[in-house]
Structure formats: structure tokens, C-alpha cells
Design a protein. Sequence first.
Length: 184
Amino acid sequence: MPATTLDRTTALVLIDLQKGITALPTAPLPAADVIERGARLAAAFRARALPVVLVNVTGVAPGRTEAPLRGGTPPADWAELVPELDRQPGDIVVTKQHWGAFHGTNLDLELRRRGVTQIVLGGIATSFGVESTARAAHEHGYHVTLATDAMTDLDETSHRNSLERVFPRLGETDTTEAIIGLLG
């Protein structure tokens, strides 16, 4: 369903647009396209004095899994946000250790302090960090809008599953341009 409205207190939350994640092969969209659209959204939100949240990940949740972690020691700049986002002093930066940006972080507190009632989400990877954050935002009572062309995944099938089956149950979906248009 296309996005219908944005609350007056909407925040943009961009997930894991950091050097290490954006260097991975992504599908269906190249990471460069997601970065460019995320940067456009961030500029539009800042121009309207709305909160911009930049999330990075520096660890993984503990516990056994069947899927092994991708190997090797990450480079020193792996968790650095990409410069194209043009991080500003007023941006909220959240560092997470899990897939979702709410668990174990101060994200909910930062949003509530600012009276935020809705979030717009984008980032990498759709079926991991973006979906986990969207689920938690929905559970926390936020209105959720997902910028479908400002996110991509490591696997195209997983990306499509999130877009087609999960996100319509959590909020509204639309393009970067349509969301910027709703900002007025």
C-alpha cells in the first residue's frame, strides 16, 4: 500500500549504511543506489528539522546458529557510516549489537524524547536489520513507513519476501520520491 501520510513528528531511521556492509554484494539494488536514496531522504528530513537516525552495527547476538558468520577480521573502518550520508551534529547515531536497532540501544528513548510517532526506514539488509527494526517499531507503537527503493539485501528472494509478505503487515511502503513528497 502506498504511504498515505507522515506524522508531524516523523523520524528517518537508516540501517547499517556503513562501509563494511555497503561493500558486500547486494540484490536486487546495488548498495550505491540505496546510499544515494538514503542521503536524499536524510537531506529532506534535515531540511524540515525532523530527526535523522543513523544506525550502525558492531557485533552480533550471541547464540548458536546453523549459518556461519562471514569469516575474517573486519577492516578497522568496517562500522564507519558512509560519508555520503553527510552526518550532521544533530543526527542521532545508534550503534547496535543485534539485527534490530531497538534491542539493547537507546533508540526508543531518543525517539520518545523528541515526540516521534512515526519512523521511515531504509538501509541494508532488508530481511535482517530493516525488518527487525520495523517489527520492533511496530511493537513499540510507532507508525512505520518503509522506503522500498532505499533498501536492499544480500539475497533478492529474502528482500522480496520482506517487501511483499512482511512489510504490509507492519506499515506502509513507498518510494523515496513519494515519501519526500509527503514531507511537503
